[in-house]
Design a protein around this ligand. Structure first.
Ligand SMILES: *Cc1c(COP(=O)(O)O)cnc(C)c1O
Length: 400
């Protein structure tokens, strides 16, 4: 991959017709080191947030040794890229064939379940040809928790109810020497209190089941910074998780895990797009709902941006974007502030797209190609530089 100082230089050097993804290896490395050094347990990277092999290698080189994979394709990709990584299969609905291939061919020992059927499936799929049960399984019960503090819910699809947890934990304990509980508070959790609430649920599940628990996995949900979404420092999240983890009735040597996706890779990439047409306060750009701007279109997410032109003089105005496909849904309402005299042919850099951005691009309608280059400058925002002021609008709960 070619390296440039910044987006402006890329736009000048390539005058690209297609969107260009700009990667910042130093930003991903810094995020990885932050989690490795400061999270009071073991951080896993949730591969779905951005499965780029280059990114996986950067995270590995900076101390992330465990990976949360959710499909057999992610298992194969992560294993091919990182032969020694500890891969954990964290999707509660798997096929028996996927479990078997993961266990026997890729050395995956850690599997999540949220029903008796899934538990049974895992145990059966990992039997040897002679019919012997696996003795090295590490099983995790996914508990349903509230998503009320998150910008994107993950509460309705997966996770068992508290009332079913007792039977499932007791059942699973008979099949493994290492049993954990996992949850996910939803993505972009804007308050650390999300984890307090979830850990209270975990406490209730353990108390009721009275089985030994070897591991607690607080999942993903750690936020990044976007316009209108200024989270408290991640240290607050870590501290409050640590505190409530230690108060749980678990094995004295129990482990604490987390599975950040967004927080490890949001700062990794930005995107150069070009304005192809202007209609009043609407800009037709060459990426959109079927590309890296899925969240901007589907959940009205706003991203930081800047025009990459030197000749724009007017004060900023608010714009909406249309993407390149022929579909009306390829629309991003923003609002996106840009100089009022921006016009067709001008380039824009859209920041903080390393998570669920670069990974979401499809080839729909013939639009999907994007060159990737490396840039040396800083991401448009960072949680890891140590120069950030605590946001004034405080979502912070008191750390009793
Ligand atoms: C998506 C997902 C993650 C990552 O979530 P982020 O909000 O990106 O941190 C972690 N664990 C599981 C099980 C997931 O589905």
């Amino acid at each position: 991959m070619h390296t440039y100082p910044d987006a402006w230089s890329v736009a000048r050097a390539l005058t690209p017709d297609e969107p260009v993804i700009l990667n910042r290896p130093h930003a991903a490395a810094r995020a990885a080191r932050f989690f490795v050094e400061k999270f009071p347990g073991k951080p896993l990277y949730a591969v779905k947030a951005n499965p780029s092999p280059d990114l996986l290698r950067i995270l590995w080189d900076n101390g992330i040794v465990k990976y949360d994979v959710a499909s057999i394709a992610e298992v194969r990709l992560a294993r091919a890229t990182l032969p020694e990584a500890d891969l954990c299969f964290m999707h509660p609905v798997k096929t028996a064939r996927a479990v078997r291939e993961a266990y026997f061919q890729h050395g995956v020992k850690t599997f999540v379940f949220d029903t008796a059927e899934e538990l049974e499936k895992i145990v059966e799929a990992c039997r040897s040809d002679a019919g012997e049960a696996a003795t090295d399984l590490r099983l995790l019960l996914r508990l349903r928790v509230s998503s009320e503090y998150a910008e994107l819910s993950l509460a309705s699809k997966f996770g068992c109810d508290l009332g079913d947890a007792t039977a499932l934990l007791q059942m699973a304990r008979q099949h493994c020497d290492w049993l954990g509980i996992a949850f996910h508070v939803g993505s972009q959790a804007m308050s650390p209190f999300a984890y307090v609430q979830a850990l209270d649920r975990v406490r209730a599940a353990i108390a009721e089941a009275s089985v030994v628990i070897d591991m607690i996995d607080v999942g993903g949900g750690f936020p990044s910074i976007y316009p209108g979404m200024e989270p408290p420092p991640l240290e607050d999240y870590f501290q409050i998780i640590h505190q409530h983890f230690y108060a749980l009735p678990i094995a004295y040597n129990a482990e604490l895990w987390c599975e950040p996706g967004r927080a490890l890779c949001a700062e990794y990439s930005s995107l150069i797009v070009r304005v192809e047409k202007r209609r009043g306060d609407e800009l037709y750009i060459n990426d959109g709902a079927y590309g890296a701007l899925y969240d901007a279109a589907h959940v009205g997410w706003r991203f930081p941006l800047r025009a990459l032109e030197d000749d724009l003089r007017d004060p900023e105005e608010e714009f909406a974007f249309y993407g390149p496909t022929c579909d009306d849904a390829d629309y991003m309402r923003g609002p996106f502030p840009l100089p009022g005299d921006i016009q067709a042919g001008d380039y824009i850099e859209i920041g903080m797209l390393g998570a669920y951005g670069a990974a979401m691009k499809t080839g729909f309608n013939g639009f999907g190609d994007a060159e990737q280059v490396i840039v040396d400058d800083e991401p448009m925002a960072s949680l890891y530089r140590g120069d950030r002021e605590r946001p004034a609008s405080d979502n912070v709960v008191s750390l009793r």
